[in-house]
Design a protein around this ligand. Structure first.
Ligand code: CP
Length: 313
């Protein structure tokens, strides 16, 4: 792997899943791998899981880890040829070049603005770092993808599946704020590429994801029909791709015990953070079929597999 930005950078999904499970099974035994190397995590947006699991993965492999919160007053310029006489104090060309001198792997989180679909879907910020960094770049969630989350989700499904090709349902669920499509895009993209699962996506009319991520999946606008016979139910809110950034308050789409009763005793998944009794009821989240904490744990091992892969380990 040269960079880790999407499923297209994975060697193969089964290979990366096996590597993550290897690091999970051999925790505390891999501290030589990145001895003398430095990992920089650059966050333009807040995080609990991604920040701490990636730091922990770095320590597991022996990296020195530096994390920088860049969401405050540090305004970067991303346009080539810009006349920088306004707010931006530094161009990404210099910033990425400087950061590359301080580390062996550079990881970046940058969310979309959800105003300009063309700009967001060009994934300009992460791609600018890839262009100007001289070290491997890892996405900690970009404008349109969250690949470390998706790999952790694959690991969690691999650990819990009871059939060779389980039915996985990605369902839209309500949320009071407008959220990116990144987690859902990425989850769909990984599930479609992974030939060990059968993906159905359920979302209201007007909330279809971009087909570049979903081609090959079944897309339904009836949540109950989609959930029938499911082995895994993955809930997530996303704002509209077609009416870009628009939201809808649709409480009928909350995942409840009654809807889970339609499934094949499915496991419930969510990337967290989750709004209780909006996205999903307490009863589902607190049940023994909920995998949300296992997913969060697997974020560490997914990150370890990726960081080791970038070092050739
Ligand atoms: N799932 C996830 O990415 O969580 P954070 O936003 O807390 O990193």
């Amino acid at each position: 792997m040269k960079n880790f930005l999407s499923v297209h950078d994975a060697t193969t999904i089964p290979d990366l899943v096996n590597r993550a499970r290897h690091y999970k099974a051999s925790r505390n035994e891999n501290r030589e791998l990145a001895d003398g190397k430095t990992l920089i995590n650059l966050f333009f947006n807040p995080s609990l899981r991604t920040r701490l699991s990636t730091e922990r993965a770095g320590y597991e492999l022996g990296f020195q880890v530096i994390t920088m919160d860049a969401g405050g007053g540090w305004k970067l310029e991303f346009e080539d040829g810009a006349v920088m006489n306004l707010d931006s104090a530094e161009h990404v060309k210099e910033a990425a070049g400087v950061l590359s001198q301080y580390c062996d792997v550079l990881a970046v989180r940058s969310f979309p603005g959800l105003e300009d679909r063309t700009a967001d879907y060009e994934d300009r910020i992460i791609n600018a770092f890839v262009k100007y960094a001289t070290v491997p770049v890892v996405s900690l969630e970009s404008a349109i993808r969250h690949p470390l989350q998706s790999l952790a989700d694959c690991v969690t499904i691999a650990e819990h599946r009871q059939t060779d090709r389980p039915k996985v349902v990605l369902t839209w669920a309500p949320h009071p704020r407008k959220l990116p499509q990144a987690v859902a895009n990425s989850f769909a993209e990984w599930m479609v590429k992974w030939d060990e699962v059968d993906l159905t996506i359920a979302n209201p009319e007007g909330f279809d994801l971009a087909t570049e991520f979903t081609a090959g999946a079944r897309v339904l606008h009836n949540q109950e029909e989609a959930m029938r016979g499911a082995d895994f139910v993955y809930a997530k809110n996303w704002s509209s791709y077609t009416d870009y950034g628009a939201t809808a308050q649709l409480p009928d789409w909350t995942v409840s015990e009654q809807k889970m009763a339609l499934t094949n005793d499915a496991f419930f998944m969510h990337c967290l953070p989750v709004r209780r009794n909006v996205v999903v009821t307490d009863g589902v989240l607190d049940s023994d079929r909920s995998l949300v904490l296992r997913q969060a744990d697997n974020r560490t091992w997914a990150a370890a597999a990726v960081l080791a892969g970038l070092l050739g380990g």
